[in-house]
Every structure is written in structure tokens, then in C-alpha cells.
Design a protein around this ligand. Structure first.
Ligand code: UDX
Length: 755
């Protein structure tokens, strides 16, 4: 009563596909002596089946033998409806009505028939500084009967420090003590997962599944529905397979290459042959595993595990293949479910830009952050067994996270303070020294001096002292500036905490007389450009002599232009010398892009200019600031250090004397003067250096507000001279104001949730 057809399809329900595969499994188990190939051919599949244990799979996870039906064709068919799973190589016509007549073949798994809902360990593998988002994630996942095992990248001491107190408050939250510098795609990522999983067994937790999640994952269904789903699927192991031809996957993934991880880099050292007779499988490294399987993987190693251990210690993106391969080749093969429970926001054109070349000798891809426009993609997962989505980053888009929370049942958003606010720390006084600290401290020190000068105009005399934190502040997904939390003493000696809010100014000049002038949407310089999200991660444009500035430009997509036309980008240093020239060729794929100039560090401190020219006519010009360093290696810059870091690298510039762009080049006299000033600046140290720093910062940043907070109970008066400070706790923009979504909630004993 079931005749599979030959339709290439898009399917809405992964479970149906599984059942269909298993139907053939049943068929194989019947008394008819048939090969798997016979069964698939009889069933109308244009390619062979693959036998795993007693099951014959004609569709799912198959190496594709017919190159005619390829992924692209499938993607083409399915792209019209993102809600559907791409059926890939499935060529059957699923009969909606007939399906439920067939029961799935039950894999040989140890069934736990208890009525208790499945208990989950959320293995959080965290990186970065998005503390409030991690808190929000924990708030949404937390149930008293589940567990959290948290690994924080060894280099992220801020996140580790801030999350550590949770262990004392919640018996079901533990932080990994053995920490790895788990670089992107590194072998250490698998070592970290295996070590964490081993450690979990020492905790004597009662659990049914371990699910790994990162700082950029978020649930898209209620935890109860996840729990229900897992309760009836105990013993299975959820991993997602690549769904393409195996050899192609091996090549794409670099599995046929040996890598060595050393000094936080994955070095590719040569080709290798994978062992014969091993079913190689892989795909996503977001997994949900059963205790039996995890216990096997981290327990005493049999021949299979010993061998795989050697291979995977030298494998790029190891967690994307290790668990799949162990499952396929071990007694757990019948527990394999091709579903990673995740929907991933792949936008390969943006996410595959070889952005990890500095970390791995390979071109890897990353999914994009979900933004509010991507909402339908999440909404359409409602009917599917998908419980998480990635990636989310509130610094890029927070509205989508709020929408998801509403979707999964959090209906009291309207009660929350600061729902649209987002704060992300970029500096904390207790951070183990980072190379950027000299720049941050110079910049922030100058900003708070700037603020105290402004306050003095209202007879409020303060002496700013220690910088405690610097935070980025977004409101309604718009960057609103930075916040510096610092100590200060008042004229009577009282010590208080102040938070200063400020924002960078933009100096961009357009020439509307050129045809391109009014078609420039963005022309901006900063550093840490993220090609995937098309944004600078250095939101406040804090640049110093050791920074690597990039130019981001965007022309209006409706602009009329001659394809292939060349425009010229000119970088002018503070001494008026041309430091670099780049050619920008106009074509449809290049209307938004970034330019990385060839500039040697140290860059000459002061005000730089970048201009775009059409022949000799300037279209647009922007200025950016390279801040001299008041501190070097955490101490005041000495004259010897200043000679090295503030002299620039003019001798590395090419000769651009032929360039004669209008309006930008200083004349001879000006040029001489600028050079003299630059030479004199090199000698500046101490107070003189601070004055130079201050003049530059004051020109490039505006102060927007200050709030105050008592350090001890003595301070109750918010009046300072003629100025009245708002209390930070009741100042909306302050990082000290209430932010319930970004703060770990209190345990509600009744519901077992965090309120
Ligand atoms: C993509 C894939 O989706 C993912 O499955 C694969 O592991 C890496 O490539 P991507 O978004 O690029 O994901 O990676 P990201 O989420 O940034 O990092 C993956 C995991 O490694 C996260 O848990 C992250 O916290 C951790 N990580 C990353 C570190 O611990 N340290 C790092 O330096 C980078």
C-alpha cells in the first residue's frame, strides 16, 4: 500500500523521513532474501541503498551515486519555501495519508521507561564578552530539574569571572575547571567537549541528554516541548549529517588533511589517507547525546576509539565529524538520528569569506546572526522538531531575541525594565591584561578628564580616578555610545562612582557636485571589520598607533554608474603625506565593501584623512583619529617608548608624488609645518602627552551624560556645585540600571524557573 514515486522533494517533517527509511528497514527484515540495493531499486530509487546494521536506508544520509540529482537542484526546488527541509536526495513521494501506518524500527537502545521527564545537561561552550546575553540564555533554559555545565574559553577571563558565582547559588550549575583555548575549528574544541563530558560523570547528575550550546544559540521552543520530545526519544543520539556525497564532504571539510594545533592556530601540515572500512560521517557539531553513548565515548577506549582519537587530535573542525563517525561505526549505529535540533542561519555568500585564516589554514564558514528580517525562518520551524536556533548576537540585533522569547512563551516583556537596552563590556578593571588595554585606558582616561572639565563649568569639581568598566550601549538596536564607569573624589574627599556616557563624532564631507556624491551611504573608518555582519566591531572607533584601520563604503544600490569604472581611495596621514592609495572598481558586487590599506604599524598619531576620488575630483572625505598612547604595557609611556610608537612609519610609504587630487594635499608650506608638528609630538610625554591626547579626543567625541552611584553609604547627596547627578540605578542608559533580561533571575521554588 505504498508506492514511492520519483519526486525530488521538500519535506516539512524530518520525522516522516526517518519513518520512511525505517520502513525499508522493516522490509529488509522480512523473510524475502534481498539486498539493500534490490530493495531501493524496487522501491523506485535511482540510486543504491546503504545498509546500517539491519536497516537499509534508501534516502537519508546516503552517499549520492547519481550526480544528476544534486544539492543545488534540491536547494533550487526548496528555496521557495524556507520552512521546508530540503529533501536532498530523497526521491520518494511521501504519502501523507499512508505514513502513520508504518511503525519505526526501534533501534537497539536501552529504554528508560520512567514517567519522569527527560533531564538535560546544557553544556554551554562560551566565548566572547556577551555576559548579559549568556545570562538571558540561562534564564530562558533554566529549570530546576535540568543542569548546566559551562566551559568558558581559557582566554575569556571576564566571562569566567562573572559566571563563577553561579556555582555557589545553584547546585545544578558547574563551571569547567579544566579550560581550553578552544579556537575556531581547532582540535581543542573536541578535547574540550570530551573533557567536559568526562567531568560530567563525576558530578553524579541524573541525566538523559547532554546538549551543547554556544553563547549565540537560543531556544526557539519552550523547554517543556524539548523535554517532552526528548522524553519519548531517550537513548537516541541526535547529530546532523552533511547530506551530500561523502567524498565531497571529506574534501570540503579538510578531513583528508592533517592539522596540528599549536599556539592557538590550526596548521595544515599535509595530506593523509583516512582508514579503510571506516564510515566517515559528519555535519554539524551541535548535538544531543545519550548518557550511554557519552559514557562509551569517554570511557575506556576500544580499538575504534583509540584509532579515532589519533585521527581527531589532528582534524580541523573535529566536533563536526567525531560523534557522527563514532555513532556510525559502533554498536550505537542504530541510535543515530539525523537532526541537530537546530535551525542555523546560513547565508554562505556572507559567511564564507575565509574569515578565520588567521586562526586556521583553511577557509571555514560561519552562520549569520539572525536579525528581525529573518523572523519567518524561525517562525516556520513550528511544525518541525527543531528547538534551537543560531546565531543570535544582541549587539547586532536584539529585537529578534525578544521576538523569539515571546514566541516561546515569555509574555511579560511589557513588565521588563530596559527591554530595548543592551550593554556589552569591552574593558573591566579585573581583566588579565590585554594588548588593547593601553589604548582603552588612554582613551577612557581622556574622556573622563573631558567630562570633569565640562562639570567644572557648573562649579562641580571632581577628580576622576580609577576606571572600573567600559561598556558599549545599544538602544533599540542602535549604537548609542560608550559608558565609562569610574571612581571619582568630590571636593570634600567623598569617593563616588560615576558613569560617563559619550559618543564618537563623524567628520565626513560629501561633494554633491560629483555624480557619485549623493549616492554614498557609508564612508567610514574603524577597525575589527566583520565581513559577515557588514559592521565594525570597534563601535566607538577607538584606534591607536598599533590598530589596523579599514574603510567601509556603501553606494546606493540604485546608483547609475559605468561598470568597471575606477575610483581612487587616498589615505593621508596627520603630517599630510599620502600613506596609501587603493583602487575601487565599480561593479554590482562591489557597491558595499571594505578596503584594508597597506599601512605599517606604528601609525602616526593624529588626525588622518581618507578621500575617494573620481579622477581628480573628490567625492567624499572622512577623518579618523589615531590616538597617541598615554600608557604603554600598563605604565605611563616613557620618552624612549614614545619615540618608537609615536613616530609613524613614513619610510614605508610608497612614492605617490604623482597623485594630484584636488583639495586634499597640503601645499609645501603647510606640509613643512605639519611635519614639524609631528616631529615635535614624538617628544611629548607626561602632562604634555596628556594634553595632546585630550585635544584629539575632545574633538572626536561628545559627552552625553553622567550619573552617580554611592560607593559607601556616606554619599547620599547627588548635588555637586550647581550640577545635580542622576542616580545611575534610575538612569535608563546606565549600565547600573535594572536589566532583568540580562541578569540571572531568582529561583522561583514553585515553578523551578528563574524569575
Ligand atoms: C560554525 C559552525 O556553526 C559550528 O558548528 C562550528 O563549530 C564552527 O563554525 P561559528 O558561528 O563559526 O560556527 O562558530 P562559533 O559559534 O563562533 O564558535 C563555535 C564554538 O566554539 C562556540 O561554542 C564558541 O564559544 C567556541 N569558541 C569559538 C571558543 O571557545 N573560542 C574561540 O576562540 C572561538
Amino acid at each position: 500500500n505504498m508506492t514511492p514515486g520519483r519526486q525530488l522533494g521538500c519535506y516539512q517533517d524530518e520525522k516522516k523521513l526517518r519513518i520512511l527509511s525505517n520502513f525499508y528497514g522493516n522490509f529488509l527484515n522480512s523473510n524475502t532474501p534481498q539486498t539493500c540495493l534490490d530493495i531501493c531499486v524496487q522501491a523506485g530509487f535511482p540510486f543504491a541503498g546503504v545498509q546500517y546494521g539491519s536497516e537499509c536506508f534508501c534516502g537519508e544520509n546516503l552517499p549520492l551515486l547519481s550526480s544528476k540529482i544534486n544539492e543545488d537542484l534540491c536547494d533550487m526546488k526548496c528555496s521557495g519555501d524556507p520552512s521546508k527541509i530540503c529533501g536532498g536526495y530523497f526521491t520518494m513521494n511521501v504519502m501523507e495519508t499512508g505514513l502513520n501506518k508504518f511503525t519505526a524500527v526501534t533501534p537497539q537502545i536501552v529504554k528508560n521507561d520512567s514517567e519522569e521527564p527527560a533531564r538535560i545537561i546544557f553544556l554551554l561552550t562560551l566565548n566572547g564578552r556577551a555576559l548579559r546575553q549568556v545570562n538571558r540564555l540561562i534564564n530562558s533554559l533554566y529549570r530546576a530539574n535540568h543542569y548546566f555545565y559551562i566551559h568558558v574559553d581559557k582566554r575569556q577571563d571576564y566571562l569566567y569571572r562573572k559566571l563563577s558565582p553561579l556555582e555557589k547559588v545553584f547546585p545544578n550549575i558547574k563551571l569547567a575547571t579544566q579550560r581550553f583555548a578552544s579556537i575556531w575549528g581547532g582540535a581543542s574544541l573536541l578535547q574540550m567537549l570530551l573533557t567536559s563530558m568526562k567531568e560530567i560523570f563525576n558530578l553524579k547528575w541524573q541525566w538523559d541528554f547532554v546538549i551543547n550550546l554556544s553563547e549565540s544559540d537560543f531556544p526557539i521552543k519552550s523547554i517543556e516541548s524539548l523535554q517532552n520530545f526528548l522524553s519519548v526519544n531517550r537513548g537516541y543520539n541526535f547529530v546532523k549529517s552533511h547530506g551530500r556525497e561523502v567524498q565531497r564532504f571529506i574534501k570540503k571539510q579538510g578531513l583528508d588533511k592533517t592539522f596540528i594545533e599549536c599556539e592557538t592556530h590550526m596548521w595544515r601540515v599535509g595530506d593523509r589517507q583516512l582508514p579503510r572500512g571506516l564510515v566517515v560521517d559528519g555535519g554539524s557539531d551541535w548535538i544531543a547525546l545519550s548518557p550511554a553513548f557519552v559514557s562509551y565515548v569517554v570511557g575506556n577506549k576500544d580499538e575504534l576509539l583509540k584509532g579515532l582519537d589519533v585521527i581527531f587530535r589532528h582534524t580541523l573542525l573535529p566536533a563536526e565529524s567525531f560523534f557522527h563517525t563514532v555513532l556510525r561505526n559502533s554498536i550505537f549505529c542504530n541510535t543515530y538520528v539525523d537532526n541537530n535540533l537546530h535551525v542555523t542561519n546560513w547565508k554562505r555568500k556572507l559567511g564564507c569569506k575565509c574569515q578565520y585564516k588567521h586562526v586556521v589554514d583553511w577557509c571555514g564558514c560561519s552562520p549569520n546572526d539572525f536579525r528581525i528580517d529573518d523572523w519567518p525562518r524561525i517562525q516556520n520551524t513550528q511544525e518541525r522538531q527543531l528547538f534551537f536556533a543560531r546565531k543570535f548576537e544582541p549587539i547586532i540585533n536584539q529585537e529578534i531575541i525578544t521576538r523569539v522569547e515571546q514566541f516561546i512563551g515569555l509574555d511579560d516583556h511589557y513588565l521588563l525594565n530596559n527591554l530595548e537596552g543592551y550593554w556589552q563590556n569591552i574593558y573591566d578593571i579585573n581583566d588579565l591584561t590585554a594588548s588593547t588595554d593601553d589604548l582603552f585606558l588612554t582613551h577612557a582616561g581622556s574622556m573622563i578628564r573631558h567630562n570633569s572639565r565640562i562639570l567644572r563649568e557648573s562649579q562641580c569639581v571632581i577628580n576622576p580616578t580609577e576606571i572600573i568598566e567600559i561598556n558599549l550601549y545599544n538602544y533599540e538596536d542602535v549604537y548609542k555610545g560608550n559608558l565609562i564607569l569610574h571612581k571619582a573624589t568630590l571636593i570634600d574627599g567623598t569617593e563616588i562612582l560615576l558613569e560617563t556616557w559619550y559618543k564618537p563624532k563623524q567628520y565626513t564631507m560629501f561633494n554633491f557636485e560629483t555624480p557619485y556624491g549623493d549616492n554614498i551611504k557609508i564612508f567610514k573608518v574603524s577597525s575589527d571589520y566583520d565581513q559577515k555582519e557588514i559592521t565594525f566591531r570597534n563601535f566607538a572607533n577607538i584606534l591607536g598607533p598599533l590598530s589596523e584601520p579599514n574603510l567601509l563604503y556603501q553606494f546606493s544600490p540604485s546608483m547609475t554608474y559605468v561598470k568597471g569604472d575606477n575610483l581612487t581611495v587616498v589615505w593621508l596621514d596627520p603630517a599630510g603625506a599620502i600613506a596609501d592609495v587603493n583602487i575601487l572598481q565599480l561593479d554590482d558586487n562591489n557597491l558595499t565593501n571594505f578596503i584594508k590599506p597597506q599601512l605599517k604599524v606604528p601609525l602616526l598619531p593624529g588626525v588622518w584623512k581618507v578621500s575617494l576620488f573620481d579622477k581628480l575630483n573628490m567625492i567624499v572625505m572622512t577623518k579618523f583619529l589615531i590616538l597617541p598612547l598615554e600608557y604603554f604595557s600598563g605604565k605611563e609611556t616613557t620618552s624612549q617608548e614614545a619615540t618608537i610608537i609615536h613616530s609613524g612609519s613614513q619610510n614605508s610609504y610608497k612614492n605617490y608624488t604623482n597623485f594630484k587630487g584636488n583639495n586634499i594635499l597640503p601645499n609645501e608650506e603647510e606640509s613643512l609645518l605639519l611635519k614639524k608638528v609631528a616631529q615635535a609630538n614624538v617628544k611629548r610625554i607626561g602632562q604634555d602627552l596628556r594634553e595632546w591626547v585630550d585635544n584629539l579626543t575632545f574633538a572626536f567625541y561628545s559627552i552625553l551624560g553622567t550619573c552617580a552611584s554611592p560607593i559607601n553609604t556616606k554619599f547620599s547627596n547627588t548635588v555637586c556645585g550647581n550640577h545635580k547627578f542622576e542616580l545611575c540605578s534610575s538612569t535608563m542608559w546606565s549600565s547600573l540600571s535594572l536589566d532583568p533580561k540580562g541578569t540571572i533571575g531568582k529561583l522561583n521554588e514553585k515553578t523551578g524557573r528563574l524569575d
